[in-house]
Design a protein. Structure first.
Length: 330
């Protein structure tokens, strides 16, 4: 039997009733259909609690700390003014939750991506009140994350040492209609989100950032990807060819090993761990459960941890790498 390590889970979601209501008010065409996933079973009640009930759920799972972030789609689909207001409001709520539970919670900030001129300022404000990073998405409306309008975000993130988590999102309506439709309402939604589509969206967002030279301009920038790297670790033999065409300084896989951190997102398949260990370094791997969408029990986690070669690597994955990346003390 392994000794139980400390667990810092870095992709653990939450939301507010006000944000959900604002997202539901959006007209068809702008409304993010993946919002329905937040309301399945008891998910919404769990998402809306970042207090005692969440701490109790963490205790039941054996999780020492959650780094909380807004559930998809966050504030991205909102109008610029509403995105600014609700991003600030939710960040203030998260900061208060961390203040109440300093040994159990940290938070990633929500940024008003619909108003690019306000993004860097909110990142700086959030960092100043204790946030340890930010979560964004690969596209806001029709604007990709690598658009020059977001250059200030990445410059600020690198300067502040704030890691940027790029979370999956539902594909655009055009892509959904072409590739993810005609199978039934819920099957279409599942195919375009958690079973396939949104993982490709996150991977493409990172590849576009690399092709734009984001890490050449900001070598200290840290990006986080969920779900064992959103397929990128499995396709490095092909993605490396992008570097020559895009005139990059290094191979795509080199940027992956130095600037991109990979988290488990509740996927505790030993084969995924072994491939990640072969494709990148143990120092780049992070633990997360994707609460409340995945619910691994302590026995499942214990079995998974036997896949590490030694206690040092196991502890890096469970909490050590997160402490180093997010500046969390022991």
């Amino acid at each position: 039997m392994l000794n139980k390590p400390s667990f810092i889970a870095i992709e653990e979601h939450w939301t507010t009733t006000e944000l959900t209501a604002a997202l539901k008010r959006l007209p068809e065409g702008r409304r993010d259909e993946s919002l329905a996933l937040n309301e399945m079973g008891d998910k919404l009640a769990k998402l809306e609690d970042i207090g005692d009930a969440r701490i109790a759920a963490m205790d039941e799972q054996g999780i020492d700390m959650h780094i909380i972030s807004l559930a998809p789609p966050a504030t991205g689909p909102l109008s610029p003014a509403e995105a600014v207001a609700l991003s600030r409001e939710t960040n203030d709520i998260a900061a208060e939750a961390v203040r109440r539970h300093p040994s159990r919670l940290r938070a990633m900030s929500t940024l008003p991506m619909a108003e690019p001129t306000a993004v860097a300022a909110e990142l700086e404000r959030s960092a100043g009140i204790g946030f340890v990073g930010a979560m964004v998405y690969g596209r806001t409306g029709e604007t990709p994350l690598d658009d020059p309008c977001y250059d200030d975000l990445f410059a600020a993130a690198a300067a502040l040492g704030q890691p940027i988590f790029i979370h999956p999102q539902i594909p655009s309506n055009t892509i959904r209609q072409a590739h993810y439709s005609g199978l039934g309402t819920m099957t279409d939604l599942a195919l375009s989100t958690f079973s396939w589509g949104w993982h490709l969206e996150a991977a493409i967002a990172v590849l576009r950032l690399i092709a734009r030279g984001i890490f050449d301009r900001h070598p200290d920038l840290k990006i986080i990807l969920g779900h064992w790297g959103e397929l990128l670790l499995f396709w490095q033999d092909r993605t490396d060819s992008l570097s020559r065409i895009a005139n990059l300084e290094r191979k795509v896989s080199d940027y992956t090993r130095s600037n991109i951190f990979i988290t488990s997102s509740g996927m505790f398949n030993p084969a995924l761990l072994q491939h990640a260990l072969a494709a990148t370094a143990i120092d780049q791997l992070l633990f997360s459960t994707d609460y409340p969408f995945q619910s691994p029990d302590p026995n499942q986690l214990q079995r998974f941890l036997t896949g590490f070669a030694n206690d040092e690597d196991r502890n890096k994955f469970c909490h050590g790498n997160a402490r180093r990346l997010f500046g969390i003390g022991n």
